[in-house]
Design a protein around this ligand. Structure first.
Ligand SMILES: *Cc1c(COP(=O)(O)O)cnc(C)c1O
Length: 469
């Protein structure tokens, strides 16, 4: 029972124990075909849900309702999966929301191989074992012109594999600029990943300026590699200098060392057409002389989570034969989705078929029209909403500071009260809506909402504003 007279009393503490729930006659009356372990798990989930509801400001559910919910969960096998959400933040590549939404073709390819068997590592002509990497390799080579290609679990795995496989035992020093020792989010720092391989990082230059001469001065008989890392998620402005990749390639090769470029976002298209600053492509890094380039599959490539390595065949083959490859390889579903995504580039249809590129390509005028329609619909329903010009972000540690002009549907605090509370109700609604609060408005950016979801978004906002589920 919730004691509402005593504000210091936490209603979450009034929830029943798992044992009490499992003894409840309501649950027994449902005659669920589940064993004790499954019922305990269902009870824990029902209690978690109840705590979440209470945190959201709702009353604690009655024992009978909770017991009923335990029965439902146990009956339907409702293991929690990540809920699909409507991303109205305007941040296109959002790591916390799962990075890149996939194209129809990628999803179809993943579905086709996921539900059955596939010639994944099987040579159909010979009826014998084949290479897991062969098809992705061909697709990536066709699009990038790289000599060779390899796919692993993510870009962090690519770095771990590259350093583990390419550094000779007696030359484990890797030279890296102090301006590129980055943390990529979630507390993960590139230097820590690199050290896992047994590499010793030799930091050169200063935070804002590193020249090729700084790298040259650090080369010793223990040097095994020069590493350039894209400072993806921050920007140093002002008095800055970094060594051009071409100069580093020259330096590395003069000393018979490999040059590796961790590119992070892996942008294959020209961003200047959208008014964004040019981003070096993996092809340009290879042309500048990098031996290997690595990047994520789920950032600007717009595919599933993967780490892609491109470069010289001899180096790539050394990686492919390394024992760690077995621990870092990807499954059939990822490979199918990745190859289907890469094919969009090959066919010149990336801008129209890959969701993140469609979002990047949306014009402010088209967003204004959709936003005006949504604001109008809300207004007609008696919900105060206006339009405001704003900026969408690429996000995901890609292109820091780069923004695209957009229009926000803006719900004013003057009409809606506590905007953080409203944002929370939207997050806890079904479907959850992720919005931003900025100063005295709650902002919704339709750039990251597929147009076919505009109506569902409108419905969800109405329910959130009215405090319904
Ligand atoms: C994002 C990023 C990574 C990590 O990529 P994951 O695919 O998430 O492992 C590594 N390096 C750079 C420069 C990045 O931007």
């Amino acid at each position: 029972m919730t004691d509402k007279r005593n504000p210091s009393h936490d209603p979450r503490r009034s929830l029943p124990s798992v044992d009490a729930l499992l003894r409840d006659p309501t649950l027994h009356a449902m005659s669920i075909a589940a064993d004790h372990t499954q019922l305990v798990a269902a009870a824990r989930q029902a209690l978690d849900e109840a705590r979440e509801q209470i945190t959201a400001g709702e009353d604690a559910p009655a024992l009978k309702a909770l017991a009923q919910r335990v029965g439902e969960i146990a009956q339907t096998g409702h293991a929690p999966i990540p809920l699909p959400v409507i991303n109205a933040t305007g941040v296109i590549i959002n790591t916390n929301l799962g990075r890149a939404p996939l194209s129809e073709a990628a999803l179809a390819a993943m579905r086709a191989v996921g539900g059955g068997y596939a010639a994944l590592e099987y040579d159909l002509a010979g009826g014998e074992r084949g290479s897991r990497n062969a098809l992705a390799r061909e697709a990536l080579r066709l699009v990038t012109g790289a000599e060779d290609a390899l796919v692993v679990n993510n870009a962090a795995a690519a770095l771990l594999l590259i350093l583990s496989a390419l550094l000779p035992g007696d030359r484990r020093e890797v030279i890296i600029s102090r301006g590129q020792l980055i943390e990529i989010g979630g507390g993960f720092r590139i230097p820590d990943v690199l050290r896992q391989s047994g590499a010793r990082l030799i930091e050169v230059g200063t935070t804002n300026r590193t020249r090729a001469a700084d790298y040259a001065a650090a080369i010793t008989s223990a040097t095994g590699m020069i590493l350039a890392v894209h400072p993806s998620n921050f920007r140093i402005v002002g008095f800055t200098e970094s060594a051009p990749l071409g100069d580093l390639a020259q330096l590395a090769h003069d000393h018979a060392l490999p040059l590796v470029h961790d590119q992070g976002s892996g942008c294959l298209l020209d961003l200047t057409q959208f008014g964004l600053a040019a981003e070096p492509t993996p092809m340009q890094s290879l042309a500048a002389g990098a031996d290997l380039v690595c990047f994520s599959g789920d950032k600007l490539l717009g595919g599933p989570q993967a780490g892609i390595i491109l470069g010289k065949a001899a180096s790539v083959q050394t990686l492919a034969r390394h024992p760690l490859m077995r621990a870092l390889r990807v499954d059939k579903v990822t490979l199918a989705g990745l190859i289907a995504t890469v094919r969009h580039y090959q066919r010149g249809e990336a801008l129209t078929h890959i969701p993140i590129w469609r979002m990047i390509a949306l014009t402010a005028e088209s967003l204004r029209a959709r936003s005006a329609a949504l604001a109008e619909r809300l207004s007609v329903a008696g919900i105060a909403a206006g339009l405001q010009p704003g900026e969408s972000a690429i996000g995901g540690g890609s292109l820091p500071g780069a923004t695209l002009p957009t229009w926000h549907v803006a719900l004013p605090a003057a009409a809606h009260g506590d905007l953080n509370a409203l944002a929370k109700r939207l997050r806890l609604g079904r479907p959850p809506v992720i919005a931003r609060v900025y100063r005295d408005h709650l902002l919704l950016d339709l750039r990251t909402v597929p147009p076919e979801n505009d109506e569902r978004l409108g419905d969800a906002i109405m329910r959130g504003v009215r405090g319904e589920k």
